[in-house]
Design a protein around this ligand. Structure first.
Ligand code: HEM
Length: 503
C-alpha cells in the first residue's frame, strides 16, 4: 500500500508532476498560437484564403481548425472565434482586453485616426465619447420623445405607397423610399432637419457621400496594401480618393448641418433650449469635453452605423415576408386580435410577440454585421488556452453562432415560430440573461448602443407594411435572397421589385 512509499519519493513525484504541468502549461498556454493553416513568409495565408473572408467561409474553416483559429494576412493577424463560450470571453469576461478596434489604412482616413467612437481603441477617449453620445441618442427617454416622429415618417411611406397605383400592378423596389425615411428619422433626431423627397439635392448629396464612403471602406480592393506594407505605395491613388471624399463629406456635414445648429445656439444665447442630439454634442464641446473634430466624427459615425444597418435589416425582412406569406398573415392576425383596430405604436410593440419573433428571426438568419465590428487586443492576451499576439484583429462569427446546426433546429429555415417555441428564452437585448448564440448587436462594452432605436423602428416598419399591404413578388415566384458582403457588412445582393396590394 502507499504507506510503504517513502516520503521523499512522494515529494519527488509531486515535484515531478508539478514540473511536468509547468512545462505543459508553458507550451500550451504561453507560447501556443491558435491553430490555422500553414503560412508562408511575407504573404502568410493570404494567397490561400484570398480577400473575401466572409462569415460562411470562416464558418467552414472553423470546422477544420476549431472554435478559435488564426489566419496570417501578410503582416496582420486575424483571430476568428466561432463558439458561444469563447464569445463570452472576448465580449464579456475579457471585454477590456479585447475591447479595442483595429483600424486599417482606409479606416484611419475615415475616422481621422480614431477621433470617432466606433473605431477608437478602448480607453478614456472611447469612454467619454460613448457617455456623451448616450444621453442624446440611446436612452428610453429619447425613444419616448421621438417615437411619434418615427411613426409619422413611417406613415408617410404608407401614404406614398397607397397614392401610387403602380405599386399594385408593376411593383417597386422599396429600398430608396425606406432610405429616405431612415435618413429623415435620423436627421430629425440629430439636427431637427429633414429632406423633402428623394429628389431633394441635399438628400442626393448625403446618400452619395455615404454610399461612396461605404463602398471605399467595405471593398476588398485595398487588402494587398493593408496586409503587405511593402505594397502600400501602390495604394496611394486609392488612399487619395478616400481622403478627398472624406474631406468633402465632412465639409458637407459641417456646412449644411452642424454650423447651422451652432448659429441657432449662438443666436439664442442663454435662452437656447436643446432640441436635437447635435445640440447636446455641441454643448459638450463648448464645455471643453470634446473637440470640434470629435463633434464631426460623431455625425460621421451615426451616418454609417445607424442608417445602412437598419436599412439592410428592413430589406431582409421584406424579402423573407414576401417569400413567406403565412408569416405576413400571422403578423396581421396578431395585430388585429390583440390591438383590435388600434394603430401599432412604439408603446404597444411589446404586446406583439409574433412580430418581435419575426424581427429576431430576420436578424438571426441575415445578421447585418455577421462578424460584428472587429475587436482588437492592445496587449498580448489569452483565449481558449492560446496566446493571441498583441494587436490582433479578433472577430466573433455572430452569424455562425446563430446558424450552426449544432445549436439551432434547421437554422437555414426562416421560421419566426422558433422564438416562441424552442427558443422562447432567446433575446437579442444586451443586459439581463444574454444568450451568446444570438448576438446581432454584439454584447458588452462595445455592443451596439443603437439597439434601443433599431428594434422598435424595425418592428414598426414591418407592422405597418404588413397591416396595410399584402407584399408579393412581382414575378410570381420567390424573391432572390442572395447575399453580398463587404469587409464586415452583409446585405441583400439584389433589390427585388415587390408588389404592394392594399388591404
Ligand atoms: C456597434 C449592429 C443599428 C450605433 C455595433 C456592432 C454591431 C451593431 C454588431 C458592434 C458590436 C461589437 O463590436 O461587439 C447593429 C445592427 C443595427 C444597428 C444590426 C440595425 C439593425 C444602429 C443604430 C445606431 C448604431 C440605429 C445609432 C443610432 C452603433 C455604434 C456602435 C455600434 C455607435 C459602436 C459602439 C462602440 O464601438 O462602442 N452595431 N447596429 N447602430 N452601433 Fe449598431
Amino acid at each position: 500500500s502507499y504507506s510503504f512509499i517513502p516520503f521523499s519519493s512522494i515529494y519527488l513525484s509531486i515535484s515531478g508532476a508539478t514540473l511536468f504541468s509547468i512545462i505543459i502549461l508553458y507550451f500550451f498556454s504561453s507560447t501556443t498560437l491558435p491553430p490555422g493553416p500553414f503560412s508562408v513568409p511575407i504573404f502568410g495565408n493570404w494567397l490561400q484564403v484570398g480577400n473575401d473572408l466572409n462569415h460562411r467561409f470562416l464558418a467552414s474553416m472553423s470546422q477544420t481548425y476549431g472554435s478559435v483559429f488564426l489566419l496570417k494576412l501578410g503582416s496582420k493577424n486575424l483571430v476568428v472565434v466561432s463558439d458561444p463560450e469563447l464569445a463570452i470571453q472576448v465580449l464579456h469576461s475579457q471585454g477590456v482586453e479585447f475591447g479595442s478596434r483595429p483600424r486599417n489604412i482606409v479606416f484611419d482616413i475615415f475616422t481621422g485616426n480614431g477621433q470617432d467612437m466606433v473605431f477608437t481603441i478602448y480607453g478614456d477617449h472611447w469612454r467619454k465619447m460613448r457617455r456623451i453620445m448616450t444621453l442624446p441618442f440611446f436612452t428610453n427617454k429619447v425613444v419616448h420623445n421621438y417615437s411619434n416622429m418615427w411613426e409619422e415618417e413611417i406613415d408617410l411611406v404608407m401614404h406614398d405607397l397607397k397614392g401610387n397605383e403602380r405599386v399594385k400592378s408593376e411593383g417597386l423596389v422599396i429600398r430608396k423610399r425606406l432610405q429616405l425615411m431612415l435618413y429623415n428619422i435620423m436627421y430629425r433626431m440629430m439636427f431637427d432637419a429633414k429632406f423633402e423627397s428623394q429628389e431633394d439635392p441635399l438628400f442626393i448629396e448625403a446618400t452619395k457621400f455615404n454610399s461612396e464612403r461605404s463602398r471605399l471602406a467595405q471593398s476588398f480592393e485595398y487588402n494587398y496594401g493593408d496586409f503587405i506594407p511593402l505594397l502600400r505605395p501602390f495604394l496611394k491613388g486609392y488612399l487619395n480618393k478616400c481622403k478627398d471624399l472624406q474631406s468633402r463629406r465632412l465639409a458637407f456635414f459641417n456646412n449644411h448641418y452642424i454650423e447651422k445648429r451652432r448659429q441657432i445656439m449662438v443666436a439664442n444665447g442663454e435662452k437656447h433650449k436643446i432640441n436635437c442630439a447635435i445640440d447636446h454634442i455641441i454643448d459638450a464641446q463648448m464645455k471643453g469635453e470634446i473637440s470640434e473634430e470629435n463633434v464631426l466624427y460623431i455625425v460621421e459615425n451615426i451616418n454609417v452605423a445607424a442608417i445602412e444597418t437598419t436599412l439592410w435589416s428592413m430589406e431582409w425582412a421584406i424579402a423573407e415576408l414576401v417569400n413567406h406569406p403565412t408569416v405576413q398573415n400571422k403578423i396581421r392576425d396578431e395585430i388585429s386580435k390583440i390591438l383590435k383596430g388600434k394603430p401599432v405604436t412604439e408603446s404597444n410593440l411589446n404586446e406583439l410577440p409574433y412580430l418581435q419573433a419575426t424581427v429576431k428571426e430576420t436578424l438571426r438568419l441575415h445578421t447585418p454585421i455577421p462578424l460584428l465590428v472587429p475587436h482588437m487586443n492592445l496587449e498580448e492576451a489569452k483565449l481558449g488556452g492560446y496566446t493571441i499576439p498583441k494587436e490582433s484583429k479578433v472577430v466573433v462569427n455572430a452569424w455562425w453562432l446563430s446558424n450552426n446546426p449544432t445549436w439551432w433546429k434547421n437554422p437555414e429555415e426562416f421560421r419566426p415560430e422558433r422564438f416562441l417555441e424552442e427558443e422562447h428564452e432567446t433575446d437579442a437585448v444586451a443586459g439581463g440573461k444574454v444568450d451568446y448564440r444570438f448576438l446581432p448587436f454584439g454584447v458588452g462594452r462595445r455592443s451596439c448602443p443603437g439597439i434601443i432605436l433599431a428594434l422598435p423602428i424595425l418592428g414598426l416598419v414591418i407592422a405597418k407594411l404588413v397591416s396595410n399591404f399584402e407584399m408579393k413578388s412581382a414575378k410570381g415566384t420567390k424573391v432572390d435572397v442572395s447575399e453580398k458582403g463587404g469587409q464586415f457588412s452583409l446585405h441583400i445582393a439584389n433589390h427585388s421589385i415587390v408588389l404592394f396590394h392594399p388591404i
